[in-house]
Design a protein around this ligand. Structure first.
Ligand code: M6R
Length: 359
């Protein structure tokens, strides 16, 4: 039931702080130690490489997760689009472990991969929002997202739940592998900061409504740019915008713009920069300057400690691995309000289904 909300999507965006707290409660104990079953962690510890498989938004969550696994466990991690891996399996490592990310647990493209890798005898984990779903039943292990039903076709709270749960799993596995970075990562405290930060962002949603109407209601195309983990969020942000508002949006690695795509920048083309990482903030800012001088309307989503006076949205500071949990929220809201402003059916965009059960 969507209660007083006009659309499920807005309700689900608003639920994200509560989902973060729920994950802390489900997967971290009083002292912040992960409570994930030892059987799963010991199996994962044997792996020489992690393979994350997902489609759409779940693939984008995997791009963030891979950075977390590599940083906290030191196990090489690769992310694949399900429908690509299914028909073009790369040269595999000796001891692969598969992580399937799927909100619904029913995505046919992802299931095709699971069926194939099971035949090859490889172990797997499904991270899903739906208990007893097909991919949950068929994988060796399951972790639940506990996000509550997600009804809107555009995935929001499942994405942030996938990112947060991968962080918890990466910490747990890193600790199992005696990695100091994992032991020292105070995820309980950081996810608390995230929940408070998300709440502030959703409470400030009016600002995003006016930005959407001013900058995104007319243009036919838009760009999100960022580097590293911000690029991963740029991809997800662009998918949200195109999926529900029908603005043709692309997520770009900031440095790639000048290698071709900058030719598309015209007067008033919206370019939204995501700036949360110390090492790359200055570079992304200079890429934004390049598009400003070609007439683009530049918006910025920046972490507080890197913020400049005219940034559009300032995010509370959090551990650099967890910034996607905050930077994606304004992007979700911009997509929502652009769609709403155009009078579209936000929850049921054309040509799309909530779970895609054909390949
Ligand atoms: O249920 P899944 O997570 O496997 O679904 C994967 C995609 O179909 C899904 O994330 C899709 O891209 C969303 N509509 C994006 O908002």
């Amino acid at each position: 039931d969507k209660g007083t909300y006009p659309f499920y999507m807005l309700k689900e965006v608003d639920e994200q702080p509560a989902v973060m707290r729920k994950l802390v409660q489900e997967y971290l104990d009083e002292d912040g130690r992960p409570t994930i079953e030892a059987g799963l962690l010991n199996e994962m510890k044997k792996a020489d490489r992690l393979y994350i498989i997902g489609a759409g938004t779940s693939y984008h969550a995997g791009l963030v997760g891979a950075r977390m696994f590599e940083r906290l466990t030191k196990i090489p991690t690769q992310v694949f689009i399900s429908s690509e891996f299914a028909y073009e399996q790369p040269i595999m490592s000796e001891k692969p472990f598969f992580i399937f990310l799927t909100q619904s647990g029913e995505t046919a493209d992802s299931r095709e991969v699971l069926v194939n890798i099971k035949k090859q005898g490889w172990p797997s984990l499904t991270i899903t929002n739906v208990p007893k779903s097909t991919l949950s039943r068929e994988a060796s292990y399951t972790l639940l997202l506990h996000a509550g039903p997600e009804i809107a076709v555009a995935s929001t709270k499942a994405y942030t739940a996938q990112v947060a749960l991968q962080a918890i799993l990466a910490k747990a596995l890193g600790m199992t592998c005696d990695q100091q970075a994992a032991t020292e990562f105070d995820l309980k405290q950081q996810l608390g900061i995230v929940a408070v930060g998300m709440q502030a962002l959703v409470d400030g949603k009016e600002k995003l409504e006016s930005i959407a109407s001013r900058y995104l209601s007319e243009p036919r195309n838009a760009f999100y740019i960022g580097r590293g983990i911000d690029w991963s969020v740029a991809l997800e942000s662009a998918l949200k915008l195109k999926e529900i508002s029908y603005v043709q949006a692309e997520g770009f690695a900031s440095g790639e713009l000048k290698h071709g795509t900058i030719a598309l920048i015209e007067e008033h083309t919206p370019v939204i920069g995501i700036i949360t990482q110390d090492r790359t903030a200055g570079l992304t800012r200079s890429n934004l300057q390049e598009v400003v001088s070609r007439g683009a309307s530049v918006l910025t989503i920046a972490a507080k400690h890197l913020a400049q006076p005219d940034d559009t949205i300032v995010l509370p500071d959090v551990d650099p691995l967890l910034t996607p949990l905050l930077s994606v929220v304004p992007a979700q809201l911009l997509a929502y309000y652009t769609s709403l402003g155009k009078g579209l059916d936000v929850d049921k965009p054309r040509n799309l289904a909530k779970s895609v059960t054909v390949q």
